[in-house]
Design a protein around this ligand. Structure first.
Ligand code: GLA
Length: 694
């Protein structure tokens, strides 16, 4: 259907414009085309939570022989039964595809990021690629949920081994694993949670990584310690079961309070900056609850981790996990991760950059290829996000402010989306049936997607130009670029900066595509390509006009990171945060999205939740909240020597595959073990000391 509209940008705008141009055509949205057929390879074996794990004491426990011989027998370490909690987490053999494992060997990761330091809860990144996922254990766990039956879907217990709701649904009592220890032997308990909550999440001067803010658990939420192993949450919303997902990676993963707290400004003379940076990458043996502890760091080369002697998880035979003694994170590039995993010099990759697909597929097709490669569903995707704040977030200059105002204009966003030729963009990444047109919002092929609720504005430059005119933009100086309306930003050319993570080829390719596609529309896009660390910092600070972003789990699983679906709190959204006055200047349709998301969080009725997400998708895509770009599958590449890799593990559904494969129960059969351990027979040393000990 075509609608004919008069450009209503004010009479002045019409002067000197031909009647034909004023009678521009804008196109109505349609439903998106069905994605080309592409079958995911691995079939998942669905189970219930209780099939995966339980917490219980076992009659006996075991550890690698060298730990007993070199450490326990020499009096350097208590016996394994005393290092484990009263009731350790026990992984059920029935859910381990290759069964109970054996000790030994190393998983060699390659990553493209670089560690800022070890203060994860103070806001420092460790360089991604599974490092922080492995170091941090969180109250609940979400990665392995890809294998949970739909009717039993609920986060896995983890540091919280069980929980119950009060009758009125406002209080959630959580029972923590009892007697578990940090990797240096210090007790873990409610004090670690309270330090994280009070002095990090709720301290406005600290910005924990992954966006944990009070709003992540609903404004007004409180957390209290009852005793060392019991805490109580009080939520405004009754039965807000959805928040259990927010307690998984990475938003409720407490740090070692016994080490961090003495550096926090509230308890020391440190500034906040000093607190954040108190544990640089060189600081070794940071206490963790995860299965491996950093023991060696060579800048731009490698991070080595050794097994945590106090790890609190076992298999059904009582073998303390992990099975793998060592973890490597080679510091290289993300593209090199694919190359090395396929070649066998690395062990693991999430093949997520389509530019590498064809080569990786070719090389892993041969029967003697060292790695197996399994494609999953199309759950990797990118969007272009406008900065929606018009009240000061990121302190824009005059031009920046004028762009924010445009970003908030429906016609402007429609113009942008209609100027994007998604089919071409997808094919420019990789030829063939991999990429699909992505209108934005919830991904097709996922549980909450509803095609009929999805508005798709197909590529149509003519209509895009008409929308731009509707937004009041016109090329007044005839140089091919539209100008800001007179009186705004000096009536200059409309220039928009696009924030790009230069660590990934895909981000760069898509950004280049956007620059090219905006030009005929009359918008000049200027790339701000920086490394991942800087991108994260600029995005956090609101210093961008537009950014191109690989979407996260909220648009695939919907139940994980749900609060990111709309600006539910002043600091929770990636592209719309409060201005200096602490206020969010939500557009009416954003308020609708917020209301829907809050209702979704409060509801446990699956029919209602499905319906709410249909409404969400409709409002999101009708209004082009984010400009969807492409959607495509990813593949898990893993060296063939590893056992216990669950079937059909997606690379990012409820979390990244590094979490989903449950690395602590992955092993290498004895006859396949390589000689990759750099610090064989050693264990992590004391916090801050130089390295491992033997
Ligand atoms: C980066 C990588 C992903 C994944 C995550 C884990 O973002 O690109 O493939 O490894 O880190 O946090």
């Amino acid at each position: 259907m075509k609608t004919y509209m008069m450009a209503l940008g004010g009479a002045g705008l019409l002067l000197g414009v031909s009647v034909a141009a004023a009678l521009a055509q804008t196109e109505s949205p349609t439903v998106p085309p069905d994605p080309p057929k592409f079958d995911a390879q691995g079939q998942v074996d669905y189970v219930g939570v209780a099939d995966i794990l339980e917490f219980k004491a076992l009659p006996e426990y075991h550890e690698p022989d060298w730990v007993t011989k070199n450490f326990v027998d020499k009096g350097k370490l208590p016996p394994v039964k005393d290092r484990l909690p009263k009731e350790p987490m026990v992984y059920k053999t029935g859910n381990m595809v290759d069964g109970v494992g054996v000790y030994g060997d190393t998983m060699r990761h390659v990553i493209g990021g670089r560690p800022e330091g070890w203060n994860y809860i103070g806001g420092q990144s460790q360089g991604w690629g599974g490092i922080d996922i492995g170091l941090s254990e969180c109250l609940t766990r979400s990665g392995p949920l890809f294998q949970i039956k739909a009717d039993e879907l609920e986060p896995l217990p983890n540091l919280a081994k069980s929980w119950e709701w009060s009758e009125d649904g406002h209080k959630l009592t959580m029972h923590l694993i009892e007697g578990a220890k940090w990797s240096d032997g210090a007790p873990f308990g409610a004090d670690d949670l309270m330090f994280y909550w009070q002095d990090n999440v709720n301290d406005p001067n600290v910005t924990p990584l992954n966006g944990a803010t009070p709003g992540t658990f609903g404004e007004g939420t409180t957390l209290e310690k009852i005793d060392d192993y019991t805490v109580v949450w009080t939520f405004k919303q009754p039965f807000a079961k959805q928040y259990l997902y927010q307690m998984a990676y990475g938003t409720f993963c407490p740090g070692p309070a016994h080490i961090l707290k003495p550096q926090h400004p509230k308890y020391s003379k440190n500034t906040y900056e000093q607190y954040k940076n108190a544990f640089p990458p060189e600081y070794m043996n940071i206490p963790v609850m995860g299965a491996w502890v950093p023991v060696e760091y060579r800048p731009d080369d490698i991070i080595v981790m050794r097994r945590n002697p106090y790890y609190w998880k076992v298999d059904e035979k009582g073998n303390q996990l992990p099975y793998l003694n060592e973890m490597h994170y080679k510091l290289s590039t993300w593209a090199d991760r694919d190359v090395q995993a396929v070649a066998g010099s690395g062990d693991f990759s999430n093949l997520e950059q389509p530019e590498s697909f064809v080569e990786a597929l070719k090389r892993s097709a041969s029967p003697d290829a060292p790695a197996r490669l399994e494609f999953g569903p199309r759950i990797i995707g990118y969007s272009l996000y406008p900065n929606y704040s018009a009240n000061g977030w990121g302190e824009p200059d005059e031009r920046g402010q004028a762009v924010r105002d445009l970003n908030r204009n429906d016609h402007f966003r429609k113009a942008v989306t209609e100027a994007v030729d998604r089919a071409r963009l997808g094919q420019s990444l990789v030829k063939g049936p991999f990429t699909a047109i992505y209108p934005g919002g919830i991904y097709s092929g996922t549980t909450y997607y509803d095609k009929d609720s999805t508005a798709y504005y197909p590529f149509n430059l003519e209509s895009a130009k008409a929308e731009l005119a509707e937004a009041g933009l016109k090329d007044t100086d005839g140089n091919g670029i539209v100008n800001f309306p007179a009186g705004t930003a000096g009536g200059k050319d409309v220039e928009v900066t696009l924030l790009v993570n230069g660590d990934y080829q895909t981000d760069k390719s898509l950004a280049d595509g956007i620059v090219q596609m905006m030009e005929p529309l009359g918008i000049r896009v200027i790339l701000n390509t920086v490394d991942g660390k800087q991108r994260d910092a600029l995005a956090q600070a609101g210093k961008f006009d537009w950014m191109v972003l690989r979407n996260q789990e909220e648009l695939t699983s919907v139940v994980q990171k749900t609060v990111n679906l709309a600006p539910v709190g002043p600091q929770t959204s990636a592209f719309h945060r409060a201005g200096k006055d602490g206020q969010l200047d939500l557009l009416p349709f954003e308020q609708q999205l917020v209301d829907i998301v809050n209702k979704f969080i409060a509801s446990s009725d699956n029919v209602e939740r499905k319906d709410l997400m249909k409404q969400y998708q409709k409002i999101y895509t009708d209004n082009v909240y984010g400009v969807g770009l492409v959607q495509y599958p990813g593949a898990l590449i893993i060296n063939k020597r590893f056992a216990n890799i669950p079937k059909g593990t997606p690379i990012n559904l409820f979390n990244w595959a590094e979490d989903s494969i449950i690395r602590e129960r992955v092993f290498v059969p004895t006859d396949k073990q390589g000689k990759y351990e750099l610090h064989a027979d050693t264990l992590p040393g004391a916090p801050g000391s130089a390295g491992p000990v033997n």
